[in-house]
Design a protein around this ligand. Structure first.
Ligand code: SF4
Length: 319
């Protein structure tokens, strides 16, 4: 039985916008991540996936619900426990340039976490930086350079080295390849997979389309307007998507075989994603769902396991 490393329980993160208006960025999301796996979290921009990631790691306080990492509540941990968590959980960001201090050398950036956590002497920290640069495919002389001297792919490697410095067990990668050229995306994904094998890492890999998470995720969760709408293994999600939103997302991904591609039916979603300040009643996807019925406006579909390890929230499935 695999160990549950992270438990997200009915997590909500609402932001107050003026008087009594709330932006429901994350609205009642629950899932677990097992040690050593990669959970992909996917959805269009504004669906709440990044807010969910940032709340999980403690950058935001939740409005409701809790996040438990290896038995410790992330948001109530204090003192030594909290310091332990900041080492065990790390984050990689979408825009490696914006997240790297332009006035620090790459060596200083990578060593910062070691310094803040009083890990090692100055010499040991320097040796660790060199080891990390080589681990992520960079060279020792890069330690003396500044972030602007690197390409986007190299900067993301620096971001990965910085995250690895404190020897975390769990990494949240928030759209780590979205800003990179397609040719570089695969290199960064392959590096992350290699590091996962070597260091037994667990990932939450956030992306805005299903094609990006396919090659790295063991399981995939799909989010829409602050809600998790489907969660299952990668194979199952691609072979047998249940939720109409997942079906639409998958139909938009081209397949390499021109004969198959020619016969595929593309599901075009009508309309725009509604505002998270005023989400639709009932099922939040109902204003764009090709299968919507009366009940969808009246009742919130419950999150349920409809097949073994396959969860969704949709009235098309028996409740
Ligand atoms: Fe579509 Fe209704 Fe299912 Fe929502 S609950 S996805 S509107 S069928």
């Amino acid at each position: 039985m695999r160990k549950k490393l992270l438990e997200v329980k009915r997590l909500k993160k609402h932001f107050r916008i003026g008087g009594k208006t709330y932006l429901k960025a994350t609205d009642d999301v629950s899932f677990e991540i097992y040690q050593g796996e990669t959970l992909g979290l996917v959805g269009e921009s504004g669906c709440g996936k990044s807010t969910t990631g940032r709340t999980i790691i403690g950058l935001y306080q939740p409005s409701e619900g809790e996040v438990v990492f290896d038995g410790t509540n992330v948001h109530t941990a204090k003192g030594k426990q909290k310091q332990e968590l900041t080492k065990r959980m790390q984050m990689i960001f979408q825009d490696p340039y914006a997240s790297l201090n332009p006035r620090m050398t790459v060596g200083e950036i990578i060593a910062e976490g070691l310094y803040l956590n009083s890990m090692g002497s100055a010499k040991e920290r320097y040796e660790k930086v060199i080891e990390l640069l080589e681990t992520v495919g960079l060279r020792r002389e890069h330690a003396e350079r500044f972030p602007h001297e690197f390409s986007g792919g190299q900067r993301q490697r620096i971001g990965i080295a910085r995250a690895l410095a404190v020897e975390p067990e769990f990494i949240i990668a928030d759209e780590p390849i979205s800003a990179l050229d397609v040719s570089v995306q695969a290199q960064v994904v392959n590096l992350m997979k290699k590091l996962q094998r070597e260091k037994q890492l667990t990932y939450l890999f956030i992306a805005h389309d299903l094609a990006m998470v396919k090659h790295i995720s063991d399981r995939i969760g799909v989010m829409y307007l602050g809600n998790l709408v489907e969660l299952t293994s990668s194979e199952q999600l691609y072979a047998n998507p249940k939720h109409p939103y997942t079906q639409a997302l998958l139909s938009a991904i081209p397949v390499p075989d021109p004969d198959v591609e020619h016969t595929r039916e593309r599901i075009i979603l009508e309309g725009e994603v509604p505002s998270p300040m005023n989400p639709p009643s009932g099922c939040v996807f109902r204003t764009r769902c090709p299968a919507a019925m009366q009940k969808c406006a009246e009742e919130v579909p419950i999150w349920q396991e409809i097949e073994s390890n396959h969860y969704t929230a949709c009235h098309l499935y028996k409740q």
